[in-house]
Design a protein around this ligand. Structure first.
Ligand code: OOG
Ligand code: NI
Length: 315
């Protein structure tokens, strides 16, 4: 290593700040997401224009993967672990044949907006491919196989907004969708950001209350995922979540067939103050004083934000 590496010049050399590189990657993923998902973009703009611009923080980012031959959770978690995230609890969804891990961010700024604000948590799930039928496994293994070393470059794929495998045929997509809508979603969306989540408790009043927030979004004509009720509440009562129904995007299958496929959605989360901190004055409450983590019962219903049932439901 030469001494040049530590020598910051004022010329237009690329910054050697790792955090700045990491945030650029996240920002590209976010751009792909905003360009493809008009509902998410419109809601972020609506909230931004209604409240103080500095107050939109992301609670978490979420990704989906195929749990087979290195294409699962670990393919996407590598970026985050390399940039200081910590792997946390596993969540299991036996009926959906899914599992997930969540990751907590390294210490970061406490102010700033979106990708430039406090670093979000990350939620990464995977399909338990070996529990699927032979037909479904064959399709998934065909495409993950065709991607070759694609899983080594999941972050690049997500930031560029392209698949690491070729587009499937319509028949293959439908076959998967019959067995697992999650599998079909992942086949056509790959490592694209599945959703970002607005941190509701960090907004300014009255939108810092998720009931008010949901009412506001619905009054503006947006449809929320109604699976198990619009508001998802953890058993301890401290993690409150809701989400939109995913947008659809035109898709051309390998056989030339064109049909819209479900894309991404946006989620909202309010984390309440933990009982041991209930007497802290409001202006002393920080993120560490609030309910952390995720909840299987909530997540199970939020997964349905990309389901056909929710997409075709009348508002
Ligand atoms: C993830 C659903 C779960 C949460 O916050 O619990 C979730 C997905 O749809 O891939 O986002
Ligand atoms: Ni989520």
């Amino acid at each position: 290593r030469s001494s040049y590496t530590n020598n910051r010049s004022s010329m237009s050399l690329p910054s050697s700040d790792g955090d700045s590189f990491f945030r650029s990657v996240l920002s590209s993923m976010e751009q792909v997401y905003l360009n493809r998902n008009p509902t998410a973009k419109a809601i972020l703009e609506l909230v931004r224009s209604t409240t103080d611009a500095n107050q939109i923080c992301y609670d978490h980012l979420a990704y989906r993967t195929f749990g087979v031959n290195g294409h699962g959770i670990e393919s996407m978690s590598k970026l985050f672990l390399d940039f200081g995230y910590t792997q946390r609890e596993e969540l299991r969804f036996p009926k959906k044949k899914l599992k997930a891990f969540w990751f907590s961010p390294p210490p970061s700024v406490t102010s700033g907006s979106g990708i430039h604000g406090p670093l979000p948590r990350v939620f990464i799930s995977e399909l338990l491919v070996d529990q699927m039928t032979k037909e479904a496994q064959d399709i998934i293994k065909k495409y993950t196989g065709l991607s070759a070393a694609g899983h080594e470059h999941s972050a690049l794929s997500s930031a560029l907004g392209c698949l690491t495998w070729p587009k499937p045929s319509h028949v293959e997509f439908q076959q998967l969708a019959r067995e697992s809508e999650y599998a079909a979603w992942t086949l056509v969306n790959g490592y694209s950001l599945n959703h970002v989540t607005i941190s509701v408790h960090r907004l300014v009043s009255p939108l810092n209350n998720i009931d008010n927030f949901n009412q506001f979004i619905q009054d503006k004509g947006f449809k929320l995922n109604s699976e198990g009720g619009v508001l998802k509440v953890s058993p301890d009562g401290l993690l409150l979540q809701s989400s939109t129904v995913a947008d659809s995007i035109p898709f051309e299958f390998s056989d030339g067939f064109r049909e819209p496929v479900p894309c991404s959605y946006i989620e909202f989360a309010q984390r309440l103050v933990l009982p041991q901190y209930k007497d802290l004055p409001q202006d002393k409450v920080e993120e560490v004083h609030r309910r952390d983590g995720f909840e299987v019962g909530n997540a199970d219903k939020i997964f349905e934000s990309t389901s056909k049932d929710q997409l075709t439901r009348r508002a």
